[in-house]
Design a protein around this ligand. Structure first.
Ligand code: PMP
Length: 464
């Protein structure tokens, strides 16, 4: 399975007696903590990994290459050498991949704005001119839901499984309702459950007999290369691994680093993104214009000072660039050039991600350990053990999420609001909490997680 969910009840509730839990909570509150587990941000140490971006100076950024002066206007679709690196990772032909701006969320926003105002290729009318609904696998990413809400797109939740959304449900809904025009997907290490869409899920999405002729898959591959383990890559992993090792060797030669290949923290993860190439699948199933693919370097280099990507069919790319050309004369090509020089190629990107992984893995291990130790005996408590991405999805006993978040806030531990992982903020079972463990220092994370566990136990106790 894509995500192993650990469930409680393996051990007895140990000393979690009512008095003990209340005393623990009182002690927690007395500490006057100020900790934050809300948003998936890279830690300062992760950002330090990309300091090299800032060392690329005038000599490299000035007039260079095949006559193009990147300091000037132009090049709406982005720098080909950077697009080539991400074309491989996002599985989009390079000529169909745009590098634009600093935020993939902004590109999703733009896609929806233009769809609502004008319709997409194949639309009879603008999406805003008739009832338009979007399928939302839940739990999901709150900012996707916020976009839909803002643009008046109805959201229909569908349950998320370990290998993607419940496809029987997706097929049933989309085939019956021509108002359903899109589905949100975070195919690799989904936010927040960590689910990885399996090849069969991707195939069924590509082949989906949607009633709407202009149905779109919004394929947000934000975590395509954000692995935490070696178990990933469905195609050509071995071959890729060898190429990465060559790249590492090259780097070692250049920098005089004699760390042996495969030493802890240097092992390149290898393998392509586990998510299948959705554009190719859609074309194969007779729906060439069905998917929009998004990605960015926000959690690769600098969050907010990176580069965003959008890939789609030639018709969709032309549609979007037509609209984009009214909004901007061109992207920040200097930043794109810095990224291309810094990352070098897809293997360089993967080697860079291995360094992120070395910083992230201990945080995820810690979250897993504390949850197992503290909530392992609590009926109804389950959580994801993601193999990549930025989040852990915690389900507490039904009816306890809101109260847990409130108790944590009173004890100085900020959590993503309960319900945020559902459309309209409505978690029907009031049980899901998204944990973002990447930003805090390890000792702070441990304190926050121990504190969170106390809050879960107290919330459960109050309901029993
Ligand atoms: N998509 C997902 C699934 C995310 O988790 C995030 C960041 N939390 C984004 C998009 C935002 O990406 P960007 O910084 O490129 O706008």
């Amino acid at each position: 399975t894509a995500t192993t969910r650990t469930t409680g009840a393996a051990r007895p509730a140990a000393a979690a007696t009512a008095e003990r839990v209340r005393a623990d909570y009182a002690a927690l509150k007395a500490r006057g903590l100020a900790l934050d587990l809300t948003r998936g941000k890279p830690s300062p140490a992760q950002l330090d990994l990309s300091t090299g971006l800032l060392d690329i100076g005038a000599a490299e950024l000035g007039p260079a290459g095949a006559g193009a002066d990147h300091r000037n206007y132009g090049g709406l679709t982005g720098l080909p050498e950077l697009r080539a690196i991400f074309a491989e990772v996002l599985r989009v032909p390079v000529e169909q991949l745009l590098a634009v701006g600093n935020s993939s969320l902004a590109l999703m926003h733009d896609t929806l704005v233009h769809a609502v105002l004008f319709g997409v290729p194949g639309s009879a009318r603008p999406w805003g001119a008739e009832r338009t609904a979007v399928l939302c696998p839940v739990p999901g990413y709150d900012r996707h839901f916020a976009l839909c809400e803002k643009f008046g797109l109805e959201m229909i939740p569908v349950p998320m499984r370990d290998d993607g959304p419940d496809m029987d449900e997706v097929e049933r809904l989309a085939a019956a309702d021509p108002g359903i025009r899109a589905i949100w997907c975070v195919p690799t290490y989904s936010n927040p459950t960590g689910a990885v869409y399996g090849p069969e899920t991707a195939r069924r999405l590509a082949a989906l007999p949607a009633a709407a002729p202009d149905f779109r898959i919004l394929w947000d591959d934000a975590y395509a290369v954000h692995h935490l383990t070696d178990e990933h890559g469905e195609h050509g992993e071995h071959e890729q691994h060898e190429r990465d090792e060559q790249h590492e060797q090259h780097e070692r030669d250049e920098h005089g680093d004699h760390t042996p290949p495969g030493a802890p923290g240097t092992t390149p993860p290898g393998g392509a993104a586990p998510a299948p190439g959705i554009l190719a699948l859609c074309a194969e199933h007779g729906h060439p214009d069905r998917a929009f693919v998004y990605g960015s370097t926000s959690k690769i280099t600098f969050a907010g000072a990176g580069v965003a990507f959008l890939g789609s069919s030639p018709a969709n790319v032309e549609w979007l660039t037509g609209h984009l050309s009214r909004r901007t004369i061109g992207p920040d090509k200097l930043n794109q050039l810095r990224h291309a020089r810094f990352l070098r190629d897809a293997a360089g990107l993967r080697a860079h991600m291995a360094r992120h992984r070395a910083l992230l893995r201990p945080r995820f291990d810690l979250v897993e350990r504390v949850l197992r130790e503290r909530l392992g005996g609590l009926d109804g408590a389950t959580w994801s053990r993601p193999r990549g991405g930025y989040f852990v999805s915690l389900d507490v006993p039904d009816g306890c999420a809101r109260r847990t978040v409130e108790l944590a806030a009173e004890a100085g531990i900020r959590l993503t609001p309960a319900g945020a992982t559902f459309p309209y903020g409505r978690d029907p079972r009031d049980r899901n909490i998204r944990i973002a463990p990447t930003y805090p220092a390890l000792d702070e994370l441990e304190t926050a997680m121990e504190g969170l566990a106390v809050c879960v136990l107290l919330a459960a106790l109050e309901r029993s």
